[in-house]
Ligand binder design. Structure first.
Ligand SMILES: Nc1ncnc2c1ncn2[C@@H]1O[C@H](COP(=O)(O)OP(=O)(O)OP(=O)(O)O)[C@@H](O)[C@H]1O
Ligand SMILES: [Mg+2]
Length: 248
């Protein structure tokens, strides 16, 4: 397999915890600019796969490359984040006591102190980027509200905006629509599709209606490796997938 043209390249990756193989000879390749949905039953290794990519967990064996050339197993979490891999954990972690806009300002990439950020001394370029982020995360009319007053779904969007403010090349998003209303779930699919126009994205999600809305290639993990890969129709009619996941 060639790494050129890939944003993420995992080959033969394994990791064990106390003798239990959570990731087992996993190979997964994401092209530059691609959005991929990852599904799979509880314990399949989806979150552990993200832990490996972000440097939180080091694999026992296998190759993990970013952008076709950078060996991620040689870098730590902070370095990997700086390279442009942004991660959204399941639980929203916004600064509740700050306005929505300040949450974005505080996340903007680049050397800055909190003081000018909070007193709105930002350049025209920063202003342009902030406006762009607000147009993506659908919170323009909430800019000056306290983050604490957002709905659960809106907090998830704000946190996605905070990720975008870090200017990542690759976004890893773990179960973004858990706990969202149906309307928020549908809006989140549109929001991620907008982001995917200019970023590479991996979305882990159990909600099949949402995965269908994304309309992208799907990888089903099971016992730490790829069980099936293709369109959602292909994967969801794959006997092995039906057996381990959809037919539970
Ligand atoms: N740090 C760890 N120490 C020990 N076991 C772990 C660790 N991290 C993950 N595991 C185990 O590895 C397996 C895979 O877990 P993981 O969280 O990656 O699954 P998942 O596919 O994200 O599941 P879910 O859909 O429930 O989020 C599980 O059996 C889990 O208990
Ligand atoms: Mg998980």
């Amino acid at each position: 397999m060639s790494k050129s043209g890939t944003i993420l390249y995992l080959d033969g990756v394994s990791v064990s915890f106390d003798g239990f193989r959570a990731i087992n000879n996993l190979s997964l390749v994401l092209d530059k600019g691609e959005m991929r949905a990852i599904i799979g039953p509880n314990g399949a290794g989806k979150t552990t796969m993200m832990d490996i990519v972000t440097g939180k967990t080091r694999p026992d064996t296998g190759e993990v490359f970013f952008d076709g050339q950078t060996d991620l197993t040689r870098h730590d979490e902070a370095e990997i984040a700086m390279m442009g891999i942004g991660r959204k954990f399941q639980k929203p972690t916004v600064f509740e006591n700050h306005s929505v806009e300040d949450n974005i300002l505080l996340s903007l990439k680049g050397p800055r102190s909190i003081f000018p950020a909070l007193f709105h001394k930002h350049s025209a370029e920063e202003k342009r980027r902030i406006d762009e982020i607000f147009s993506v995360i659908r919170l323009g009319d909430k800019r000056h509200d306290l983050a604490a007053n957002l709905s659960h779904g809106q907090k998830q969007w704000l946190e996605i905006g905070m990720l975008l403010a870090q200017d990542p090349k690759l976004l890893l998003v773990d179960e973004p629509v858990a706990g969202m209303t149906d309307a928020e779930t549908e809006e989140t699919a549109r929001l991620l599709k907008d982001i995917a126009k200019t970023h590479s994205v991996i979305v882990v999600e159990h909600d099949m209606h949402f995965v269908r809305e994304l309309g992208v290639k799907v990888t089903c993990l099971h016992e730490g490796s790829v069980l099936s890969e293709g369109t959602l129709d292909f994967v969801s009619s794959d006997e092995r997938v039906v057996e381990v996941y959809l037919g539970r």
